[in-house]
Design a protein around this ligand. Sequence first.
Ligand code: ZN
Length: 413
Amino acid sequence: MPEAGIFAAGTVMPVTRPPIPDGAVLVENGRISAVGPLFVVSRNNPEVPVRHFPRSTIIPGAVNTHAHLGFRTKDAPPGGTFSGWLTKLIERLPEKESWTAEAARDSAREAVEAGTTFMAESSPYGECLPQLAESGMAGTVYAEFFPGDYEGSGPREVVDSIIQQVREINEGLPERVRARVSVHSAYTVDPESSRLAARRTREMGWTLAFHLSESPEEVEFVRDGTGGLADIFGSNGWGGSGVSPVRYAEGIEMLAPETIAAHLATGVGEEEIEVLARTGVAAAHCPRSNENLGCGISPVPRMLESGVRVGMGTDGLWSSPSMNLFEETLVAAGLHGFDGATALRLATLEGARALGVEGETGSLEAGKWADLAVVEVAPGGLDPELSTLEAAAGGGVVVTVAGGAVIYNRTEG
Ligand SMILES: [Zn+2]
């Protein structure tokens, strides 16, 4: 990577300010040091080489707030219902072991080629950390743990163990890749282990990932202790709490600004939105996965109005058709009636805010890492941000840059 370089394009969309025609981004030592019209940036930095894409638009790299890398499109369990899908997924876990690493590499590649520069990935015990670290993307791998795997251990031993494992896998990682803990869900992790994991990771200043209020079956399990998930896991001794998953999660101290809660697709009414806003928890919106698994539509506009931080997530390839976050966002724009600027912001800066990394990525601003995507797109149109998003969703990303390094370049064959 050269120490300094200028990326210039027909349009630069910083997201935090209006689009800049014939714009440029000056990158020094991996970070953005100036954004402005090309003639100004190049005049002030005459020695710095320029990569110029006159028929393209530069946007911030996509921030994927909820993904699983270890799945592949092939042999996905049939969708329709969440519990039906999960039953098949669990049946196939033994055969999956032989190809998880390859799937993770391919999924990460697909994300990079679609302009993703930051990813929050969740995998059992952080098994996909090597592939995220190799991909060139920045991000966090959330290590899921399952107390059922620890025969005879109590919550304290289980949580001690996962925290120790996550400390160990944090050794020797690239500067912008880290591992953290995920409490998988209300139906797989008991309340005491969940509460302890949330408390202890928060004390350490770690963020935490959680699947929350995803399916009608989860609502039924948490409230009544019955239904499709109870058929798989039993009532687990704690299903049937009498309240909604969001209320339940609040009661076990899972909801806080450090927590990213994925889905919130079902069972999220005004009362739950009030809880989400008050506790400061962030949401990852995965509309294609929700549609595929019969999980409903997350009330994202109401959450945003209430001040809840919301980012976009692709989920994994066994529930979702692609790792293209811009494609996911275009679906959200259609579902909720967002204009292009709102949608582009959700895919980038709002995702960074949801993950607490808005100081390092999510927009093109001096001081942040140079995380950007070059999108081939015809200029103009009524809604230039929407046209750019459509192009990026449809394979129009030609260059992806993370931390100033070109991690994908289709222009050089
Ligand atoms: Zn998920």
